[in-house]
Design a protein around this ligand. Structure first.
Ligand code: HEM
Length: 425
């Protein structure tokens, strides 16, 4: 068995400059708005994808090891390999990669994503029970609908930007997760934001233990008071649960960004908007709007870098992969692969409804396999409900640039923080 093909030092440097550095600068755990605006100006994801496509053309589409001192690290370049790596998680491809453990333990020391073995199984099991992973619609749907309607009614017509949208989003999230008593508890979500900013630095910053204790302490108090009609209702008020819910809150931030971007797509794509409105009129499960959200995450994945570590030595198509090798699946490489996908740069929610997306193992907006996002259905339901409320009786226009639209390729990087819309009654 030979070792994996290895990128040259110059190629590795290009991967760092074009993919790793911009991803880290944008903030992996908490996005940095100013850097995101800059990355959008540079259309950073377009050059990242081109760099990887060139490496794939040169080295073939197996795993490509990077010339990194002190750490075995490889890129996943083939669509089928994405499917295999994610399907075979957590053994031999654990989601609890070194980098993720360092970063996420800032605010979720017991998080399922950074757990292994029986502990991971147990945490995943109760997480799935609470989030009702396998049900398309959570049993708390009526209460979520009412909270969304309540909060989003506050958004009148007129200018809408991230600073107007985000506070409404967070009031809704705190009510859905902890109940109405948490509606205005900004202190807890602000504390989480500070911890997440530190988590962006993964290895480089020490744990902020005192801040983390304060955050987990506040979470335990919120948990102890969580009513039946909240996601946290009935869960224990301990550090284990507080830690998982730290992840839920963190991930609801991504869901807010996706909702805002989907609104911009619906504002600028009349055909899709019309279909979404028909969906509302049918009073069904908002299947088309859910597909709109899925396609938005395909176009701009909120977890662009899916990381796995190998837990043992492997034979990969005749090549030896040492135990402890870090693997990077850079989702935009696959989601925007215009050599294979005719819809790569367009907004096509239909692919999620007619089976085309399911045929592609490397379209993984919510990951896939045993480590797939356990909140996928809950997120799709909640975001679709928010969008239904917003577009139900109002049209929006996009006032900022770049303005997405049907007749031209969509931007590779699309910054939610500088996006501005106007609602028209
Ligand atoms: C648009 C919103 C969201 C997207 C696109 C998303 C996507 C993902 C992805 C790609 C992963 C895999 C990460 C990895 O393997 O490194 C993941 C994991 C996870 N997500 Fe989400 N997520 C979203 C929102 C949420 C929300 C709101 C929650 C909780 C309420 C949540 C709970 C989780 C958990 C607990 C995991 C870890 C699963 C495991 O390791 O078994 N996510 N999500």
């Amino acid at each position: 068995m030979s070792g994996l093909p290895t990128a040259s030092v110059a190629e590795t440097a290009k991967v760092f400059a074009g993919i790793v550095a911009p991803t880290l600068a944008g903030g992996v755990i908490k996005r940095r708005p100013r850097v995101m605006t800059l990355l959008e100006k540079m259309q950073a994801d377009a050059s990242a994808v081109q760099t990887l496509q060139k490496l794939r053309a040169r080295h073939g589409d197996g795993l490509l090891r990077l010339a990194v001192p002190g750490r075995s690290f490889a890129l996943v370049l083939a669509p089928d390999d994405v499917g295999r790596v994610l399907a075979d998680s957590p053994e031999p491809f654990t989601p609890a990669s070194l980098e993720k453990k360092k970063a996420l333990s800032q605010f979720q020391p017991h998080g399922v994503l950074i757990s292994a073995g029986l502990e991971r199984d147990r945490r995943r099991e109760w997480t799935e029970r609470a989030l009702e992973t396998s049900r398309p619609t959570h049993h708390l749907a009526p209460s979520v609908r009412a909270k969304v309607a309540d909060e989003f009614a506050a958004l009148g017509p007129g200018p809408l930007d991230w600073d107007t949208f985000a506070p409404v989003w967070w009031r809704m999230v705190r009510r859905v997760v902890f109940g109405d008593h948490a509606r205005d508890d900004r202190t807890t979500t602000d504390l989480l934001e500070r911890l997440r900013l530190s988590a962006n630095w993964s290895y480089l910053l020490p744990r902020r233990r005192r801040l983390r204790e304060e955050f987990l302490g506040r979470m335990r108090v919120l948990l102890a008071r969580a009513p039946e009609d909240s996601l946290a209702g009935g869960l224990a008020a301990d550090d284990e649960v507080a830690s998982q819910i730290g992840h839920w809150l963190f991930a609801f931030d991504a869901a807010g960004m996706v909702t805002f971007r989907t609104l911009a797509l619906l504002a600028t794509h009349p055909a899709q908007r019309q279909k979404a409105r028909q969906d509302l009129a049918s009073g069904a499960e908002l299947g088309y709007l859910r597909a709109c959200v899925l396609d938005t995450v395909r176009l701009w994945p909120t977890t662009p870098a899916i990381l796995r570590d190998t837990t043992k030595e492997l034979d990969w198509h005749g090549h030896r992969v040492p135990a402890g090798t870090g693997l990077l699946v850079f989702a935009p490489l696959f989601h925007r692969d215009d050599s294979r996908l005719p819809y790569a740069h367009s907004f096509v929610p239909e692919i999620w409804l007619d089976g085309r997306a399911q045929e592609e193992p490397s379209l993984v907006p919510f990951s896939a396999g045993p480590g797939e996002c356990p909140a996928k259905n809950l997120v799709l339901f909640t975001t679709a409900t928010v969008l239904a409320t917003m577009i139900g009786d109002r049209d929006y226009t996009v006032d900022s640039s770049p303005k997405p639209g049907p007749g031209r390729p969509l931007p590779a990087t699309f910054d939610n923080f500088s996006l501005r819309l106007t609602g028209h009654p």
